[in-house]
Design a protein around this ligand. Structure first.
Ligand code: FE2
Length: 350
């Protein structure tokens, strides 16, 4: 047995390819297909708060929540024009002004909110009222009803993270509007936090929820900050990420949602991490702090409330060059990669 040495003239081949094309068939041996390693179309990028906030305020002047189902600015990766910040996930800025609501709906894409600015306001998820304070993480998982309201006297602005590009690629998107503008807030409206908000403790008389997403939908910043500071006093953390904590599903210990994992990390004053990469795309939000990350050789300078994106399989390192701790929130599609046995990590040699 050996490799065959059949050869054809260019004219014969072109004639054959033209026939195939007319029959909607493609010869797989020319171009495309398998790559030696992932190469994202997306590029490392940072969106600065100094640009985002004025544009969000301008949107609030120009567009009402009657007109826009959600008043959202989509951060668009320069190499994914018009689409999303990263390959499988969007990172968007949403603004709700005093007295406004964003009406109730649900969709099969899963969403998270990381609150950036506001004095309160709230999201209602399946009848549960979840408070929204700066730095808080709020989940509105797959097919949960959700509406937002701002009953304060200042704007509410948050980062929206959703898996909609992935859901669209899988052609699995469903969407439904609620029968009225807002949900009625139910009895025991904060039961999600009351039941699961203590992490290591949960109601012993209840069976585990049937859903794969976390039954805890509100993770306060006050709790996350205290946990990071407590741990930082005991442990040097990850060489690649500093002290980093995952927001887990308190029942399974797994990711917050099947398609998106969420993290918060503390980079201590002057900390510089080692370099690594992984098969997942990651979007970061700077809760507070100032520093830079080197992502695929590109330096991304960031400060309070900026957003930046790291494409899949791209080396990254983080530097906190300030004299105060930096707190970064991040979300990734790593649960998808792990569920499909596609996840890998690599440290930079040398
Ligand atoms: Fe939504």
């Amino acid at each position: 047995m050996k490799l065959s040495d059949i050869k054809s003239s260019e004219a014969e081949l072109q004639d054959y390819y033209a026939q195939l094309q007319s029959q909607h068939i493609t010869p797989a041996w020319i171009g495309g297909g398998i790559t030696r390693e992932p190469k994202s179309k997306a590029v490392p990028w940072v969106w600065h708060w100094r640009d985002l906030r004025p544009q969000a305020m301008r949107a609030a002047q120009l567009v009402g929540t009657e007109q826009a189902e959600r008043r959202v600015l989509r951060l668009t990766n320069p190499q994914l024009p018009g689409l999303s910040a990263s390959n499988t996930m969007v990172a968007n800025i949403q603004i709700v002004m005093p007295g406004e609501i964003a009406r109730a709906h649900r969709h099969s894409g899963s969403a998270l909110r990381l609150i950036i600015e506001g004095k309160g306001g709230y999201t209602v998820v399946n009848g549960a009222r979840l408070p929204m304070a700066p730095g808080d993480l709020v989940l509105t998982p797959n097919w949960t009803w959700h509406d937002h309201a701002n009953d304060t006297d200042g704007p509410m602005i948050w980062l929206d993270g959703l898996d909609t590009p992935l859901v669209r690629m899988l052609e699995a998107g469903f969407y439904e509007e609620y029968y009225k503008e807002t949900q009625t807030i139910g009895e025991g409206a904060s039961s999600s936090f009351a039941r699961y908000g203590d992490g290591g403790l949960r109601p012993a008389w209840e069976a585990a929820p049937a859903t794969r997403y976390s039954p805890l939908w509100h993770y306060p910043m006050s709790q996350a900050r205290a946990a990071l500071e407590r741990l930082a006093a005991e442990d040097s953390g990850s060489p690649f990420d500093g002290v980093i904590l995952e927001y887990t599903n308190p029942v399974t210990g797994g990711p917050a949602m099947p398609t998106i994992a969420c993290f918060i990390q503390m980079l201590r004053a002057g900390e510089r991490t080692q370099t690594h990469r992984s098969v997942c795309c990651t979007n970061y939000h700077v809760i507070e702090g100032r520093g830079h990350s080197i992502v695929g050789g590109t330096r991304l300078d960031w400060e309070d409330k900026d957003v930046f994106t790291v494409p899949t399989w791209t080396f990254r390192e983080h530097v906190n060059e300030s004299d105060r701790p930096a707190f970064l929130f991040s979300f990734t599609d790593a649960p998808v990669m792990k569920a499909l046995d596609l996840y890998r990590e690599e440290t930079k040699a040398g």
